[in-house]
Design a binder for this molecule. Sequence first.
Ligand code: F6R
Length: 240
Amino acid sequence: MKITNLGSRDHASFYVACELFNQISEQPKSILGLATGGTMIEVYHYLVELLLKNKQDVSQIETFNLDEYVGLSQDHPESYHHYMQDIIFNPYPHFSKDLIHVPNGVAPDLEEEAERYESLINQQGPVDIQILGIGENGHIGFNEPGTPFDSPTHVVDLTESTIKANSRYFDNEAEVPKQAISMGLNSIFKAKRIILLAFGKSKREAMMRLQEGKVNPDVPATILHEHPNVEVYVDDEAMP
Ligand code: F6R
C-alpha cells in the first residue's frame, strides 16, 4: 500500500472529488461508500461543484454511508444523516432518495437495523469506491481498536479517544453519543476500490502505524494491507 502525499488538503480533496466524479460519470449505476467527518467536507464541496458544472445525472447512483451515531435523529445537526443532506444531497438534489442509505441510529432495535443494513449492502453491492477517513486511534468507519476483521455492520461502543476527538463537533464532550452503528471491517473490505484520506498532524501517528505495514487489530486500518486495491492520500502534516 502506497501512501501518497498530495501536499495540501485542498489538492487531495480536489483529486478525490475528481475520482468520485469520474466514477459517477463513467458508470451511472455506481455504488459509492461514503464517509463523513471533517476530512470529507472539502471533497464533497468539490464533488458538488463538479456535479453542478456538468449537470451530471446521478439518478441511478446508490450510496451507502459508513456509520451513524446511536440516538441522534435524522434532523439532529450532528447526525450523519444531516451532514450528508447538508453537504451533498441538498446542494445537489438530484440523487434518488431510495438509493441513499445511512444506518438508522434511532431504530427501535439497533441489532436488527445493523443486520438490515449489512444485508442491503450485500444484496446491492459490491461498493465500487469506498471513501474512508481515519481516526486518531486508527479506526475506519467506527471500527475501534480490537474490532474483529470479519465484523459485519454492528453496534459499536465508541472509545474515549473517539469521543474526545469528535467532541470538537459538539458543544461539549458529554453530548457526544457513546455508541454508533458502523459498517464492519468485513463490510468495508468488500469494496472494489478503497481511497483513504488523512489530513493534519493529529492523523500523523495513525499514518505511521499504518505505514509499518503489519496487519494489527489494534490499528483497524491496517486490515487494508490485505486489500488489493487501496490508495491512501495525505497532506504534508499527516505524511508519516
Ligand atoms: C466517519 C467515519 C470516521 C471518520 C474518522 C475521522 O463517517 O467513519 O471513521 O472518518 O473518525 O474523522 P474526521 O474526518 O472528523 O477527523
